[in-house]
Design a protein. Structure first.
Length: 225
């Protein structure tokens, strides 16, 4: 895998706008084992592993759940106390398979807009996940790119003691910041203080770190970023 050349893409590639063209092919791919060793030696609070298309890969003879589980055990993350482990997937059976690791956080990814959630659905989600990752547009109501209100789904999930993560936040825009989606600090503040999200998923962690390092925020509990 390390012989492959990475190709950095951005959200506006279709418009011919590359993300950092100078470093378009910089860096190298890492194996999961290499990533876990790298993370273990780093001063970070935790790691997130996203698992996609597990059912399809199983039909090709590739048990990705077993491979990830074995890699985590080999790296000692099943007994890790300093770093949190988040397993994220939109496939409930995948998350259920990681219930054997009680210290791991199982994040159910909902990759479509949702404004509310029924009580039976909340009960079902809680059987295989202890957190849910929502799209930015699921947490807030936006009309014409302007913030108009908040959806009930976050409150429903948090009332059931299910953590809510919101993302993916970004810093790249094709126009000046004149609406809600185009000001990263405003969106971080809104998700933190109004949406009351438990975690934020971002492509620019330094921006989130800058916000959460402010003295007035440090007086309160930290979020997961």
């Amino acid at each position: 895998i390390q012989t492959l050349k990475p190709n950095l893409i951005g959200p506006f590639a279709a418009a011919g706008m590359d993300r950092n063209p100078v470093a378009k092919n910089a860096g190298k791919f890492m194996t999961l084992a290499g990533f876990l060793d790298y993370a273990k030696a780093s001063n970070i609070s935790g790691i997130l592993i996203g698992i996609e298309h597990a059912a399809y890969l199983a039909t090709r003879g590739l048990d990705v759940v077993d491979a990830v589980s074995n890699a985590l055990i080999k790296s000692g993350y099943d007994k890790e106390t300093k770093q949190q482990v988040f397993i994220q997937s939109e496939d409930p059976p995948v998350l259920s398979a990681f219930k054997k690791f009680p210290k791991f956080n199982r994040v159910f990814e909902i990759e479509f807009d949702i404004r509310d959630v029924s009580k039976p659905s909340v009960v079902e989600i809680k059987e295989f996940a202890n957190a849910v990752k929502l799209r930015r547009s699921s947490a807030a109501q936006v009309d014409g790119f302007y913030l108009t209100g908040f959806n009930a789904v976050v409150e429903r999930l948090r009332d059931a003691d299910i953590q809510v993560h919101v993302g993916v936040l970004k810093n790249e825009f094709m126009s000046l910041a004149f609406d809600y989606w185009a000001d990263p600090m405003v969106e971080i503040a809104t998700d933190t203080w109004s949406v009351l999200a438990d975690g934020l998923v971002t492509e620019f962690p330094s921006t989130a770190a800058a916000y959460f390092s402010k003295w007035w925020y440090l007086l309160l509990d930290q979020k997961t970023v």
